[in-house]
Design a protein around this ligand. Structure first.
Ligand code: COA
Length: 259
């Protein structure tokens, strides 16, 4: 499928989604959200896709935020609808059964930082910059940023970044646990793909259960411990569990089918 604001490429089961508005530093406008929802349908439905990378087009930005030019004249209800749309899309990313990783190749500000935080984890290039600068605009994050930033880096530092609009670089983001690795700009995608190749070699249903159980930590309506017990039990009903344990005992590499 093709999209007006996204580029996509599927290679060895890894589907790379590139937000493609480089002249606007890949800012998230209505069209990007429409396309993101369609591309998430594609991710769910295309069995060739094992895992996903989200990145930004051009050398400067991952995503520099929600598109500020769409903010003018919104009333409270419209602004809330805009925030709800972002929440719904990013919750789809967070709860995707297939791993989704952000390859942060430059500015990840406001909605861009929120998009990266909704992914399962993040890899950043040296020139990446993270922040929630909404207070500069008299706003607050509206796509889950106040929640996920606290979850990922802890309340004290998150409070400081939210209130000061201070931007942090890739190395500080790594120290804070916001990103897992820092790479050169040239090796960012290769490094991210290497991690996903390892994940893609594991049992897909077990990987999906890990995502579900780990996400439950931050979902008050779920008992993560009970969910882990259930997912552990579910794994015993899969062909892949039989294959994985048999392959171990037979001292060979497991051949997982995702069943
Ligand atoms: N929404 C809409 N347009 C944006 C944007 C955003 N969030 N971020 C950047 N752009 C646009 C600029 O308006 C500019 O468009 P133009 O060439 O038509 O004037 C273009 O992208 C390039 O940005 P520019 O500001 O010229 O680049 P820079 O290198 O000088 O600065 C930033 C880069 C990221 C520091 C700066 O663009 C910025 O502060 N952006 C807004 C970040 C923000 O507040 N995000 C949260 C939004 S809620």
């Amino acid at each position: 499928m093709s999209y007006s604001t996204l580029l996509t490429c599927l290679e060895n089961g890894i589907f790379t989604i590139t937000v493609n508005r480089p002249d606007k530093l890949n800012a998230l406008n209505k069209d990007v959200f429409t396309d993101l929802n369609s591309v998430l349908d594609e991710v769910e439905n295309n069995t060739e896709i094992k895992s996903v990378i989200i990145t930004g087009s051009g050398p400067k930005a991952f995503v520099a935020g929600a598109d500020i030019s769409e903010f003018g004249g919104l009333c409270k209800a419209e602004a809330m609808a805009m925030a709800r749309r972002g929440h719904n899309t990013f919750a789809r990313i967070e709860n995707s059964a297939k791993p989704i990783v952000a390859a942060v190749n430059g500015f990840a500000l406001g909605g861009g930082c929120e998009l990266a935080m909704s992914c399962h984890f993040r890899v950043a290039s040296e020139n990446a910059k993270f922040g929630q600068p909404e207070v500069n605009l008299g706003l607050i994050p509206g796509y889950g940023g106040t929640q996920r930033l606290v979850q990922l880096i802890g309340k004290g530092k998150a409070m400081e970044l939210l209130m000061s609009a201070h931007l942090i670089d890739a190395n500080e983001a790594k120290q804070l646990g916001l990103v897992n690795y820092v790479t050169t700009a040239e090796t960012l995608l290769e490094h991210t793909k290497n991690i996903l190749e390892i994940i893609n070699s594991k049992a897909p249903l077990a990987v999906a259960s890990c995502i579900k159980a780990a996400n439950a930590v931050f979902n008050e309506s779920k008992d993560g411990y009970a969910l882990e017990i259930e997912e552990f039990g579910n794994a015993f009903a899969t062909d892949d569990m039989k294959e994985g344990t048999t392959a171990f005992l037979e001292k060979r590499k497991a051949n997982f089918t995702g069943n």
